[in-house]
Structure formats: structure tokens, C-alpha cells
Write a protein that binds this ligand. Structure first.
Ligand code: KIV
Length: 277
């Protein structure tokens, strides 16, 4: 990774300056070609551990490993040049202690060239966020519905339906912001809470099911382009339906192979005629 590459990307101060101003645009990406297609249009490419579900067919994000995050994160950094790249820390690789989190985050950053890491959690993770930020690792927080806590939460339902839960999630966001996170993902919370968090904390909130009140928005790219159909979250909007088109392309190819219409002459290497002397 070159210094030029770092200097030309959207930076942490750039994102923080968007608070209350221009919306921050975030999409997930997991591969180099996809990163290249999204890079001109977004501020942040998030290599989310959602890749466990949308790329690896897992039931949740819990089995995702740091090696997986590094392989996909490095590909996204290679495939992009201007968006900030943020990589999720995998479940079980940062919750034990600030020191464990530092080792994991430092490895992710050194082996991928990403700008920042994201971790899930509230008050209980504040010391860890402070520890990382004070040591030069920019951290994006993630509160509300935190998919790595799916077993504890009992599913992927929206959060903040009771006043007590709203107060707890607001305190979580405040603790993570005070600890030094430069932005916080607010996932699947009721609208008044997303607004309260956004109005209270001094750093940008990035909503996913957090309503238009947030300072920015993030979606999983496969939900946007229609290549993941196991379920469609209420908060996602599909801008293209590529899944059926990909299936149709495979069907046409298979038909051509079976009918011996592929490969054609244009796909075939002919023996070159020797040059005449
Ligand atoms: O893993 C992920 O893609 C995420 C986003 C949904 C915010 O954390």
C-alpha cells in the first residue's frame, strides 16, 4: 500500500466533519471487483462480517474469523482507491480485553491497509474503544441490534420498543462516542431513538434500519442489488434485481454448451500462419 493511497482516501476527520451536514454514504463490499464498482459512489466501504451470511452461507456472523475478514478486507482495499475502508472485527476476537482487541485490530490494519475497524457493543466496550483509539486505531461503533449478540437478544428484531431499552441504547452510543469512536452504526432501532442518539452524540450516526434521522446510511450490497434472497430486511431497499439475471446467464451458457454453440470460433485459439519471408 502506498502513502498516496492513504492520502487520497476519505479520512476519519472527513467523516467526522459530516455530522449534521452532508449525509455519509456507506455500502458493504467483500471483493475487489465489487469495491471497484462502488468506490466512486460511496464515502465508506464496510467489509462487514455480514459476509458470513451473504458470501459464505452461514446462519449468523458468529463463525466468521479474522482470517476471513483479512482476506476480504485486503481485496476491498486493493479494489478501491478513494473510499475509506472499514473492517469488522470478528466475534470473539476483541470482547475479552482491550489488549486482545488491540492485537486483532492491529493485525487487521497491518495486513489489509484499511483505515479503521468496527466493533459491536455499548458501555461494556467503551474501555476497549478508548484503548484502541489512544493507540492510533480509528474505531467505528455499532449499537442497537448487534448481530454478534443474536443469541442474547433472541433474534434480529428491531430494538428500542420500551423506554428502558431506549435509554440503555442511548447510553451505549454516548459511552462509545465519549470513548473516541469516530462514527457509530445504529442498527434496527425505532425512529425516535435513532433521532435522539443522532441529536445527542457529537459524531455521525450511520443508520441501517435507523431511519432518515441518522447522519448517514449503510446497506448490505447484496440487499441493494438483489443477490441475497434468504430474507429481505424491512430496512433494505432493492435498487437492482441481479439474482435472476445471473441465473438466466448461467441457463443460457449451459444451453449453449449442451448444444455445442459455445465456444465459438471467436473463443478459440487458431494456429498462427508462419510469417512469409
Ligand atoms: O456486517 C455488516 O455488514 C454490518 C452492517 C450491516 C452495518 O455490520
Amino acid at each position: 500500500m502506498s502513502v498516496t493511497n492513504i492520502m487520497t482516501r476519505v479520512s476519519v476527520p472527513d467523516v467526522m466533519a459530516r455530522k449534521g451536514a452532508e449525509p455519509v454514504v456507506v455500502l458493504t463490499a467483500y471483493t475487489a471487483p465489487m469495491a471497484g464498482m462502488l468506490d466512486p459512489h460511496v464515502d465508506i466501504l464496510l467489509v462487514g462480517d455480514s459476509l458470513g451470511m451473504v458470501v459464505y452461507g452461514l446462519q449468523s456472523t458468529l463463525a466468521v474469523t479474522t482470517d476471513m475478514m483479512i482476506a476480504h478486507g485486503a481485496a476491498v482495499v486493493r479494489g478501491s482507491s478513494r473510499a475509506m475502508v472499514v473492517i469488522d472485527l470478528a466475534f470473539g476476537t476483541y470482547q475479552e480485553s482491550p489488549e486482545q482487541a488491540f492485537r486483532t485490530a492491529a493485525r487487521v490494519m497491518a495486513e489489509t491497509g484499511c483505515t479503521a475497524v468496527k466493533l459491536e457493543g455499548g458501555i461494556e466496550m467503551a474501555d476497549t474503544v478508548r484503548f484502541l483509539v489512544e493507540r492510533g486505531i480509528p474505531v467505528m461503533g455499532h449499537v442497537g441490534l448487534t448481530p454478534q449478540a443474536v443469541n442474547h437478544l433472541g433474534g434480529f428484531r428491531a430494538r428500542g420498543r420500551s423506554t428502558a431499552e431506549q435509554d440503555k441504547i442511548l447510553s451505549d452510543a454516548q459511552a462509545i462516542a465519549e470513548a473516541g469512536a469516530f462514527a457509530i452504526v445504529v442498527e434496527a432501532v425505532v425512529e425516535p431513538l435513532a433521532r435522539r442518539i443522532t441529536e445527542t452524540i457529537p459524531v455521525p450516526t450511520i443508520g441501517i434500519g435507523g431511519s432518515a434521522a441518522c447522519d448517514g446510511q449503510v446497506l448490505v450490497i447484496d440487499d441493494v442489488i438483489g443477490t441475497f434472497s434468504d430474507f429481505k430486511p424491512r430496512f433494505a431497499r432493492r435498487y437492482a434485481d441481479l439474482g435472476p439475471q445471473i441465473g438466466e446467464a448461467a441457463r443460457l451458457y449451459a444451453e449453449d454448451v449442451r448444444a455445442r454453440r459455445f465456444p465459438g470460433a471467436e473463443n478459440t485459439f487458431a494456429l498462427r500462419q508462419p510469417a512469409r519471408t
